[in-house]
Design a protein around this ligand. Structure first.
Ligand SMILES: [Ca+2]
Length: 168
C-alpha cells in the first residue's frame, strides 16, 4: 500500500481499542500524546526502543506543528504504525528483526515507489547497518522521510520521478 496521509478529518467515534491505546499511551492524561509518550509505548521486536527521531517524525505527521497529537491524529497514526509493522514483518523473511537492503527494495516496490536498485542500499547505509539492515523504527523513519522527500519533489516538480529514479 502506498503511504498517503490524509488530512485530519473530524471523527467522533473511535474503535474502543484505539481509545484504550490512546489512554494507555497518554501517561500524563493531558489528552494529547507527545513523542516521549509514544516512545515509551513502542518497542521493536528485538527489544530496542524506537529512536527519538522516529517518534518525533511520527508525531509530526499529525501534530500541526504543536508537537503533540489528539485522539484523531492518534487514530490515523495508529493505522499507519500497524501497516508499517505488518509490511516490516512480511519482508523480514528470515525473522531477524531487521530488513536488509534486498528486502527493503521489495517493500518499497510494494509501497508503490519506483527507485533505482541501489536506492535501498543507500537507505540501509544511512539509517541502519549494511549487512544487518534496518530495525523496525529505522524502517518507519525511512518510510516517513521518503514520503516527505517525494512529496516535496512532487510539489516542486511534477516530473520528479525522472530526477530521483535513475534509469536501469
Ligand atoms: Ca500526554
Amino acid at each position: 500500500m502506498a503511504y498517503q496521509p490524509h488530512p485530519p478529518h473530524h471523527q467522533h467515534h473511535h474503535d474502543p481499542q484505539i481509545t484504550a491505546w490512546f489512554m494507555a499511551v497518554d501517561q500524563d492524561r493531558s489528552g494529547r500524546i507527545q513523542a516521549h509518550e509514544l516512545q515509551s509505548a513502542l518497542m521493536s521486536s528485538n527489544g530496542r526502543r524506537f529512536s527519538d527521531t522516529a517518534c518525533r517524525l511520527m508525531i509530526g505527521m499529525y501534530d500541526n506543528g504543536t508537537k503533540a497529537i489528539d485522539i484523531n491524529g492518534f487514530a490515523q497514526l495508529f493505522t499507519y504504525i500497524n501497516q508499517w509493522i505488518d509490511t516490516f514483518k512480511r519482508f523480514d523473511s528470515n525473522g531477524s528483526g531487521f530488513i536488509d537492503q534486498f528486502e527493503l527494495a521489495k517493500a518499497l516496490k510494494l509501497m508503490g515507489y519506483n527507485f533505482s536498485p541501489n536506492f535501498a542500499d543507500i537507505i540501509v547505509k544511512k539509517f541502519g547497518r549494511l549487512g544487518t539492515g534496518l530495525a523496525v523504527d529505522e524502517f518507519i523513519l525511512s518510510c516517513i522521510l521518503i514520503h516527505n522527500l517525494t512529496a516535496s519533489f512532487r510539489q516542486k516538480d511534477p516530473h520528479f520521478q525522472r530526477v530521483i529514479t535513475s534509469s536501469n
